[in-house]
Design a protein around this ligand. Structure first.
Ligand SMILES: O=C(O)[C@H](O)C(=O)CO
Ligand SMILES: [Mg+2]
Length: 257
């Protein structure tokens, strides 16, 4: 059975981050992951997780200025210095807190696609040199949620990984984004398994608990098992109402936290 991690960027959204950690442990999760926990000191976040016996997984590089449309800086020409600052911040935070992975966000580039890709490749080469001790994750994000985002297909993430050739650069396979952008989820899981560093789940199209919509999560989780995926499956969904009540999906899908 897959092992589930609580994504505390989305779960228990009405509570401060340290309280979300306690709520995840109380609910039975054994691991946690974050979006941008930078307002909480890294030592405090790490200690809170360790006190509750939680495995610390990942966080994201800073999105930049969300109010100006930024959603990551990795593939944005002219923002290389800002990217490096964001990278240093996230790497430093991960090391102090004891987190093991980092989603290197690509962003919404303005210029030609080939330039954006070249910038992203250069920035990723820098990232793998700076953080050989962390898993660096590449996550394609769907165009419905983030119009203009640099990439939306698993194939594009895989081609970057092949070109850069660093063992710590891996795919974040978010089943929600793959479902919205591409489909054929089970075949893509199988094909790209050797490159996958982390999996995330949410219903399509609602991004709510994985017990509704067009993705049959019973089948997806069974396939993740059959393939022998040894990593964690991040519950990165937006609860329909209360997060604790919403965890009824665990029983419905006949799995456990
Ligand atoms: O939105 C997502 O799927 C990502 O995993 C993310 O963390 C950026 O918000
Ligand atoms: Mg995701």
């Amino acid at each position: 059975m897959p092992k589930f991690s609580a994504n505390l960027g989305f779960l228990w959204p009405d509570r401060p981050v340290l309280d979300r950690i306690a709520a995840a442990a109380d609910a039975g999760f054994k691991a946690v992951e974050f979006h941008w926990p930078f307002d909480v000191p890294a030592e405090a976040l790490g200690d809170a997780c360790r006190r509750r016996g939680l495995v610390l997984l990942g966080l994201n590089t800073s999105p930049g200025d969300l109010s100006k449309g930024d959603f990551g800086l990795g593939a944005v020409e002219g923002r290389e210095a800002d990217f490096e600052k964001a990278l240093d911040q996230a790497v430093g935070y991960a090391r102090v807190a004891g987190l093991s992975s980092l989603h290197v966000m690509a962003g919404v580039p303005a210029g030609p696609r080939e330039r954006a890709r070249a910038v992203f490749v250069d920035n990723l080469r820098k990232a793998v040199r700076k953080a050989p001790d962390l898993t660096l994750l590449l996550e394609p994000i769907n165009q419905r949620d983030k119009p203009g985002y640099f990439y939306s297909t698993i194939e594009e993430a895989a081609s970057l990984i092949e070109e850069i050739g660093a063992p710590n650069l891996r795919i974040m396979f978010d089943v929600y984004h793959v479902g919205v952008s591409q489909g054929d989820v089970l075949k893509r899981l199988e094909r790209f398994l050797p490159m996958i560093g982390h999996i995330q789940i949410a219903a399509v199209p609602s991004r709510a608990e994985p017990d509704e919509g067009e993705i049959a999560y019973g089948a997806v989780l069974a396939e993740i098992d059959r393939l022998g995926y040894a990593g964690w499956v991040g519950c990165e969904y937006k609860p329909r109402a209360g997060t604790d009540e919403g965890l009824a999906w665990v029983k419905t899908l006949n799995v456990s936290l």
